[in-house]
Design a protein around this ligand. Structure first.
Ligand code: PRP
Length: 185
């Protein structure tokens, strides 16, 4: 697996040090409030597990699963919710956690649906990575681990073709890996 990585962007210890800072900030911001975290599966799994164990609050944890189809043009994206119902967050302070903010399609759809249908007291967004690029879908993240360039990253939950999520650091794939056929199962 390591042979497929062109270079490391963030080592595991660098990620965990940044999570210490994010958790301290989130703990202070939500002190005395009833916090519900909603993790967006699957990409946020490792980030969520490491971040939440650093937050010193008795938070609730829920999750949401969506499929995003960006289509030929980024502005034509469609997000399909896999669950029949949304988490119950009525009057609760919600923090949505995801691994990466790219076009904004996924998180905007989740935020808007929760706002319109679930009556939360508030909604904020926390991402590990934010791509620095013009976004087709208006969305601001409230907590950001790292800003990155517009490149294809894998590891620490992020996948290419559903693989490499278990890489313990975040790296950039070698270009030849993109063009190679998927290994047979
Ligand atoms: C990835 C990632 C974000 C989304 C970001 O999810 O986890 O949810 O894309 O892209 P966007 O800002 O352009 O919408 P993906 O649909 O690949 O599913 P995954 O979480 O299972 O990897």
């Amino acid at each position: 697996m390591l042979n497929d990585i062109e270079r490391t962007l963030f080592h595991e210890q660098t990620i965990l040090r940044r999570l210490d800072e994010l958790a301290t900030q989130i703990t202070a911001d939500y002190l005395g409030r009833d916090l519900t975290v909603i993790a967006v599966l699957n990409g946020s799994l490792f980030f969520m597990a490491d971040l939440l164990r650093r937050i010193q609050l008795p938070l609730r944890l829920d999750s949401i699963s969506v499929s995003s189809y960006h289509g030929g043009r980024q502005s034509a994206g469609v997000v399909t919710f896999e669950q029949a119902s949304l988490p119950d967050v009525t009057a609760r302070h919600v923090l949505i956690i995801d691994d990466i903010l790219d076009t904004g399609l996924t998180l905007r759809a989740i935020r808007d649906r929760l706002l319109n249908e679930a009556n939360p007291a508030s909604i904020r967004i926390c991402v590990l990575l934010r791509k620095e690029k013009p976004r087709a879908h208006e969305l601001e993240a409230d907590y950001v681990g790292f800003d990155i360039g517009n490149e294809f990253v894998v590891g620490y939950g992020l996948d290419f073709d559903e693989r490499y999520r278990n890489l313990p650091f975040i790296g950039v794939l070698k270009p030849e890996v993109f063009s190679a056929p998927s290994p047979s199962t």
